[in-house]
Design a protein around this ligand. Structure first.
Ligand code: SF4
Ligand code: SF4
Length: 355
């Protein structure tokens, strides 16, 4: 059965005034938030952006989503989990401060910000699933306990998954650190020693102490590597490089995590994809990576597979090429969508309704 995906064209601007008017119209016409009931506790899953990154969904958009939820008599919470790698969102306290620096506060968004704490045992729950790779998903309890989940996702490129949208926001983004590690752990880079110039950039950036540079050459200890891919980005000689063979494994594990989070929540899920500021890399990068497509607009649906497929398709149509494949030639983001459909998370078949 075809899923409905609603769309409004929107361009990024400094204050997003006209985009906010359009988003309000999208929320009203698509009725994607009708899944929210009175007095529901609603997890609004968002990414607050790493320091130096500008791709994240803006707080003014989060405000409109949260206000719409509040107007239904429900309680919205803006929420995300901490990162695997060392950065400004590694622990809950710094993460909330990073969100504040990017403009997300209770006053500005109308919602409390909740960041589950990896050091608190009760903040994690293990969800048993029968995935190819995942049998027990370690996810933030907050999402499992929520009455409804609204995923507010930035659609952009990703070094390991080709592109990232709703499925990535849920699958990777609702996992606690241990779960993120499980998803990444096969994703160590490959090291081409003959290309290495011994500059030390990889050693300096590696958050896991997995790289040591001596006598003009790096060495990589894969047993310590957490698969964050920072060294791949940092290496000027492409000596640390992505292991293209693992892309499908990461995507499948990510989708299995999404299945664990969304299980039992059918009819209580809403998704918004923001295809503006479409960067080559995800919002976790501590810098602005090149924009690979023009601003397209905002999508809304109750189906996470259909909304990601529609976002991908329209970007490809407007650009007349697959910009994600061009940016990440070794990755095929369709793997996540096809696998998610096979697990019953949604449909690749959709009707796009332009509003
Ligand atoms: S991917 Fe690279 S930077 Fe990240 S932990 Fe592994 S070796 Fe270190
Ligand atoms: S960043 Fe690249 S070139 Fe520099 S030491 Fe590391 S592997 Fe070698």
């Amino acid at each position: 059965m075809k899923s409905k995906v609603y769309f409004i064209p929107v361009k990024d601007s400094e204050n997003n005034l006209s985009a906010c008017v359009e988003l309000k119209r999208l929320l009203e016409k698509s009725r994607v938030l009708d899944v929210v009931g009175k007095e529901n506790k609603v997890a609004v899953k968002i990414h607050f952006g790493e320091k130096g990154n500008t791709g994240f969904v803006r707080p003014e958009f989060a405000r409109l989503v949260c206000d719409s939820i509040t107007a239904k008599g429900a309680i919205p919470y803006l929420t995300d989990t901490n990162t695997l790698y060392r950065g400004r969102r590694t622990n809950s306290k710094d993460h909330i401060e990073m969100a504040r620096e990017h403009g997300f506060t209770k006053d500005s968004t109308g919602a409390r910000i909740i960041i589950p704490d990896d050091s608190k045992k009760d903040d994690t729950i293990e969800v048993k699933i029968k995935g190819k790779a995942i049998r027990s998903a370690k996810v933030a309890r907050f999402f499992i306990d929520a009455d409804a989940i609204i995923a507010v996702s930035h659609f952009k490129g990703h070094i390991l998954t080709g592109f990232g949208g709703a499925l990535k926001n849920i699958g990777m983004g609702c996992a606690m650190r241990e779960g993120k590690l499980t998803q990444h752990c096969d994703a160590s880079p490959v090291f081409y020693e003959e290309k290495c110039k011994g500059c030390g950039a990889c050693e300096a950036i590696c958050p896991a102490g997995a790289i040591h540079v001596e006598n003009g050459k790096a060495s990589l200890d894969k047993s310590k590597c957490i698969g964050c891919a920072e060294c791949i980005a940092a290496c000027p000689a492409a000596a640390m490089f992505i292991d293209f063979g693992v892309g499908s494994a990461v995507q499948e594990k990510m989708v299995e995590y999404a299945a664990a989070v969304l299980r039992g929540k059918r009819g209580r899920l809403g998704f918004l994809n923001f295809a503006v500021r479409i960067h080559q890399e995800c919002d976790c990068w501590g810098e602005e990576t090149p924009r690979i497509a023009p601003d397209i607009g905002i999508f809304a649906s109750n189906d996470p597979v259909a909304i990601d497929k529609a976002s991908f398709d329209l970007i490809k149509e407007v650009c007349r090429k697959d910009v994600f494949k061009e940016a990440h030639p070794g990755q095929d983001g369709m793997i996540q969508l096809k696998y998610a459909e096979s697990l019953g998370l949604g449909s690749l078949d959709y009707d796009l309704v332009s509003l």
